[in-house]
Design a protein around this ligand. Structure first.
Ligand SMILES: [Zn+2]
Length: 254
């Protein structure tokens, strides 16, 4: 551990040496090397998260240069290679693992099971629901976020405790649309998401747990909607019997 590198956060009692060790021991999978994913990568690498996995199968195109992890010289390069190169240069103490593949039914469980927490930063509804199913079944927490123009949303799902994506959206998410994206909105949503990841890894209460945060750039407001379980949820209900196995996250003990 390089204590001087992380000294600015370690002076906070919520971090400290013990907290820094927790971050160093942790693995986070970021699905989507997008504009949201970019800011998240920098935030988590800055904080010293020991292992950052990145899953994306696309190459960097000109329209992707709104994502601060990709430079003009990366045009035509796999996004995961472009992102891994920057993160390794930014923080050589961390382990960066590129997964140059789309998350699908054949690989979702194998890849997700390697990490402590997942970040879902894609607009693709099929991928989102697949990741939701895999995380609930594996008991992996995940943070999801997306933007739509000047509005961004973010939420934290703790399987068998909070509602999942299918509780909120039903069995099918709205079809994918080519939303406009503003970097400031993406960065704000990513900051909210990365805070939730760090809170979880530090065993601190996760402010986003069970809520959907809605950030509106035009009104400079963040609204919180408390989510409720859907009793006939096709994802949560199938794993209801395993609920007792996943009750070790207790805010009262923090
Ligand atoms: Zn559910």
């Amino acid at each position: 551990m390089n204590s001087e590198r992380y000294s600015r956060q370690n002076m906070l009692p919520e971090f400290g040496t013990d907290g820094q060790q927790k971050l160093e021991d942790a693995g986070v999978l970021i699905i989507g090397a997008t504009s949201i994913g970019s800011t998240l990568m920098y935030n988590l690498a800055s904080a010293g998260v020991g292992t950052i996995g990145i899953a994306d199968h696309n190459i960097v195109g000109t329209s992707n240069l709104n994502a601060p992890i990709h430079f003009e010289e990366d045009l035509g390069t796999l996004k995961v290679i472009s992102a891994a190169r920057k993160l390794r240069a930014y923080n050589s103490l961390i382990n960066v693992i590129p997964h140059a593949t789309a998350i699908n039914k054949d690989n979702a469980y194998e890849i997700i099971s390697q990490y402590d927490i997942v970040v879902l930063a894609v607009n693709n509804p099929q991928t989102a629901m697949l990741v939701n199913e895999a995380c609930v079944e594996l008991g992996k927490p995940f943070v999801h976020g997306k933007t739509n123009g000047f509005v961004g949303t973010a939420g934290f799902v703790l399987p068998h405790e909070t509602p999942c994506l299918a509780c909120f959206f039903g069995e099918e998410l709205p079809p994918e649309e080519n939303y406009g994206s503003v970097s400031g909105v993406s960065s704000t949503v990513a900051a909210l998401m990365s805070s939730a990841v760090l809170q979880y890894l530090l065993d601190a209460p996760v402010a986003m747990k069970g809520y959907l945060f809605i950030y509106n750039c035009m009104t400079a407001t963040i609204d919180k909607i408390e989510l409720t379980h859907r009793h006939d949820c096709p994802v949560c209900n199938q794993s209801a019997d395993a609920e007792e196995d996943y009750d070790d996250f207790d805010e009262e003990e923090v």
